[in-house]
Design a protein around this ligand. Structure first.
Ligand SMILES: [Zn+2]
Ligand SMILES: [Zn+2]
Length: 365
């Protein structure tokens, strides 16, 4: 397995301070002023391009950082190391941070920029496409024509559109007829960009608790393939190996989307024997998603390493629901670098013809 030299993190990271601020917020009565302030400051820290440690800046001048939050940040920064931040936090809370597991292995924007600054490893230039994208037809905000223009304009060569199907109650969603309408619109849009850029029609399918899938090329033939993801039963202690294995074995499933279903500071996601899930995916040639949404970052680097060792393919995606989310692919690239994933294993780093051939193979099962 290749391992890429990554520049060292500062002794105290924005990610660690943000996590500590959230622990302070969680210890306050919900909705209380300090809780709101700590949460806003944590969000700011997770999005800053530069690490704060060692910089002489006015913390109160940062966006959404109140004097109270600035004091807390300063105190954590002065701890000297991420580990000491943990000790200080435990002293303040009078116990260990009960949510630490739900914030483990999440990168801040500053982490991502640092990791991608290393000269070696998979890089933004390796990616030719984004293959997990939503429009305003399901739960996103971008009209299809605008998404198409944005991706073509930034130099992508192809894309896979993946709005939700109707069955997924949380997300609006499309009927078979709506997918047919998307196919017609894509035909028009793709005619304009020709060889330069083409968007393929897929969907984000939902994996039900028994492993069945709500939308597949078999019932909506206009779809090239689907990203299949779990959106329910994400907190229970039940082992979900069979559910995930069944999903990746279904013809028409090309990508296993956000496999854990984890969310930052909310839930750690499903339990499964990941070796078995990844072995099934590798066997079928189904790609494992590294979802770059900052709140998801799913898979985390340690599991991505396990998937790599199992022989899996990967898809590095943004799961964009809005224009500014298109940049989230950088998070998935940074995770791929931490896991040592080479571009050759990343399906959306392949040329368009190869990607389309691979989709066709997934359709055939
Ligand atoms: Zn999803
Ligand atoms: Zn999605």
């Amino acid at each position: 397995m290749s391992s890429v030299p990554i520049p060292p993190a500062p002794p105290v990271t924005n990610a660690r301070v943000a996590s500590a601020l959230l622990a302070l917020a969680d210890a306050e009565p919900p909705g209380a002023r300090p809780a709101v302030e700590y949460r806003s400051a944590a969000a700011t820290l997770r999005q800053l391009p530069d690490e704060l440690h060692g910089r002489r800046i006015h913390l109160g001048g940062l966006p959404h950082v109140t004097p109270r939050a600035a004091d807390a940040i300063a105190a954590f920064l002065s701890c000297g190391s991420d580990e000491s931040v943990g000790d200080r936090l435990s002293a303040l809370l009078d116990r260990e941070d009960p949510a630490s597991e739900r914030k483990r292995e999440y990168l801040s924007r500053a982490d991502v920029d640092r990791i991608l600054a290393a000269p070696e490893g998979i890089s933004p230039a390796d990616l030719r496409a984004d293959v997990h994208l939503h429009t305003d037809r399901s739960d996103g905000t971008i009209p299809l024509a605008e998404l198409h223009r944005a991706l073509a304009g930034r130099g992508d060569r192809y894309a896979l559109l993946t709005d939700h199907a109707r069955d997924l109650a949380v997300a609006g969603g499309l009927h078979a007829g709506d997918f047919a309408a998307q196919a017609r619109e894509l035909e028009r849009l793709n005619a304009r960009t020709g060889e330069e850029f083409g968007m393929l029609l897929g969907a984000e399918a939902n994996i039900a608790e028994d492993g069945t899938i709500d939308v597949l090329p078999a019932n909506v033939p206009v779809l090239a393939a689907v990203v299949a993801s779990v959106h329910t039963e994400l907190r229970g202690p039940k082992d979900q190996t069979a559910r995930l294995v069944r999903a990746v074995e279904r013809p028409g499933v090309a990508i296993l989307g956000h496999p854990k279903g984890r969310l930052y500071n909310m839930r750690t996601g499903v339990r499964a024997s990941w070796d078995r899930v990844f072995a099934a995916a590798a066997e079928r040639g189904v790609a494992i998603e590294v979802n770059g949404c900052p709140e998801r970052q799913d898979l985390p680097p340690s599991l991505a390493r396990t998937a790599l060792a199992a022989g899996c393919l990967f898809a590095l995606t943004s799961d964009a629901h809005a224009h500014r989310h298109l940049a989230f692919q950088r998070f998935s690239l940074a995770i791929a670098r931490l896991a040592g994933i080479p571009a050759a294993r990343v399906v959306n780093a392949w040329p368009r013809e190869r990607f389309e051939e691979w989709l066709e193979e997934r359709r055939q099962g």
